[in-house]
Write a protein that binds this ligand. Structure first.
Ligand code: AHR
Length: 330
């Protein structure tokens, strides 16, 4: 960049020789501008992911990995394989490696205070992504970015109440016990149907956000409740898609004999809505890569960032699923 400035100002050697002081000044300015670019520090970010329990999670991991590559960020990725202790170990190893920032997708809400204190002592900014943590001291992390799980639960309840005119016996497939999305989606849905005396959650079990889990729990529900239910509320699409396998194997038509409402809006589920097998899926956008690294850049530069940032999520049902399909990215 510096050289370009010099050439445009000094088209001939003759002029250059005549104005040595100005030349030196411009060369110095050029060098000043070029040096930071040439020696810009490569950021190292540690990312402690929950695991790979769902298609949503895979899309989330890919978003953080591909965006890091695009921006030339050195990403240290750790797959927690569904265990909090693995995530805690990963965070400790990021501290030991002296990373510039840490991103944590906490599998459960509680139990993070000791390790977050260690991060704070090491003066490393930590972004809580996707799932919230419950801590007594909010200064233990820099900021949170994710979806509003309570709003998702409310949207699912409102949609089902409208669809069933307030009359439904509901089977609920919960996410990972103790996780923010399972806690919030359950609570907000229960509150959302509370004003409808004809709506009741007749059974509720965890399928751990996994497709196989959704199928297993649904098989058990079908054995236990026979045909005595009207709707399934799944805390994520993977469990809904697993439940559909069990419902079809039992000779029932998902989407017609059983109303199915779920959360995430992964492409496969939006397709299932268009095909009439899922009735409604509430979006939970996993593509955090750009947002997260914008925050990292600001925090590393010592700038202040918003404490909480929620995504704006949509809802897909028979009215808009088919039209939305071509633009679904995950
Ligand atoms: O925390 C977000 C949830 O975790 C998604 O709804 C689910 O699919 C994932 O595993």
């Amino acid at each position: 960049m510096g050289l370009r400035i010099y050439v445009s100002c000094y088209p001939s050697t003759h002029n250059f020789m005549k104005t040595p002081r100005l030349t030196l000044l411009l060369l110095a300015v050029g060098a000043f501008l070029a040096v930071p670019a040439a020696f810009a520090k490569t950021l190292t970010v540690g990312f402690a992911q929950t695991g790979a329990e769902s298609a949503w999670r895979t899309a989330n991991t890919n978003s953080l990995k591909s965006e890091a590559e695009k921006r030339g960020i050195n990403l240290k990725f750790s797959d927690g394989q569904g265990r909090q202790e693995n995530q805690i170990r990963a965070v400790r190893s990021f501290i030991a490696q002296g990373v510039d920032a840490i991103v944590l997708a906490p599998i459960v809400e509680t139990g993070w205070e000791p390790v977050l204190r260690e991060v704070k002592r090491a003066k490393i900014p930590i972004i809580i992504m996707d799932r919230t943590v419950k801590v007594s001291d909010e200064s233990l992390y820099a900021c949170f970015v994710g979806s509003d799980f309570l709003e998702e639960g409310r949207m699912a309840a409102a949609w089902l109440a409208k669809k069933t005119k307030g009359q439904a016996r509901i089977l609920e497939l919960q996410g990972t016990p103790g996780s923010a999305p399972a806690n919030d989606r359950r609570k907000a849905f229960a509150e959302g149907i509370a004003g409808h005396p004809g709506m009741k959650v007749v059974d509720s079990q965890s399928g751990d956000f996994r497709r196989a889990g959704g199928k297993e729990v649904m098989e058990a529900f079908l054995k236990k409740h026979g045909r005595n239910f009207d709707a399934v509320y799944a805390h994520n699409d993977d469990m809904a898609l697993g439940a559909i396998q069990a419902i079809e194997a039992a000779g029932l038509k998902p989407g017609t004999d059983v109303i199915i409402v779920s959360i995430d809006a992964i492409k496969e589920a939006v397709q299932a809505v268009a095909d009439g097998k899922i009735n409604c899926t509430v979006e939970c956008n996993p593509l955090f890569g750009p947002k997260v690294y914008d925050l990292v850049a600001k925090l590393v530069a010592g700038e202040t960032v918003p404490r909480v940032q929620f995504n704006k999520d949509e809802l897909f049902d028979s009215t808009n699923a088919a039209a939305a399909l071509p633009s679904r990215q995950y």
